[in-house]
Design a protein around this ligand. Structure first.
Ligand SMILES: Nc1ncnc2c1ncn2[C@@H]1O[C@H](COP(=O)(O)OP(=O)(O)OP(=O)(O)O)[C@@H](O)[C@H]1O
Ligand SMILES: [Mg+2]
Length: 170
């Protein structure tokens, strides 16, 4: 017996949560469940092609955060701000060419405060994103099917995902 081995192995870190959405409603609900759980200072980074469901998911997040009225795509307004149980920023980086452009718009104040932020096309502004965030990657599988892969980029997002997975599957 190897005496240096711990009696019970340390709890495995939660690596990722993969979800298959079969309708707009399912994507909305997933976002809503997550929105109910988000804590101050959390950033959700959304990645995926045009029409993948990022804005639908953000509508769900807003719903879960208790935001009224309905969230629309901020394609022409780069940053939308909503008041729910927390201040919620919806950023669409599609038209941004660099992280510097977002930083010039005050990204640091958004990301490093007590509000919550969701960023569509987060891969366009990667260097402006906080190192600790929740990555949500969308893949179009078919007309109504989407793969939604959530990966924690910090331990607190790992426990959040664990709770979300339990909530969804219960
Ligand atoms: N399971 C699904 N989840 C989400 N959207 C779906 C699903 N099935 C079909 N759709 C359709 O896909 C589209 C998703 O649009 P949405 O605006 O959310 O995409 P997006 O990723 O934000 O695109 P963009 O990059 O242009 O902002 C909608 O037209 C919606 O009806
Ligand atoms: Mg969108």
């Amino acid at each position: 017996m190897n005496i240096s081995e711990p009696k019970s192995p340390p709890e495995k870190a939660f690596k990722a949560f993969s979800f298959i959405s079969r309708s707009v409603e399912e994507t909305l609900h997933l976002g809503q469940h997550l929105g109910e759980m988000l804590e101050p200072g959390m950033t959700v980074a959304l990645i995926g092609p045009l029409g993948a469901g990022k804005t639908i998911f953000v509508k769900g997040l807003a719903r879960g955060l208790g935001v009224k009225p309905i969230v629309t795509s901020p394609t022409f307004v780069l940053i939308n701000e909503y008041q729910g149980r927390l201040l919620f920023y919806h950023i669409d980086a599609y038209r941004l060419k660099s992280a510097q452009e977002l930083l010039a718009l005050g990204a640091d104040e958004i990301f490093y405060g007590h509000s919550v932020a969701a960023v569509e096309w987060a891969d366009h502004i990667e260097e402006a994103l906080p190192r600790e965030h929740l990555s949500v990657k969308f893949t179009i599988l078919g007309k109504n099917n989407r793969s939604i892969l959530m990966t924690p980029r910090a331990s607190r997002f790992g426990s959040l995902l664990q709770d979300l997975a339990a909530k969804i599957t219960s």
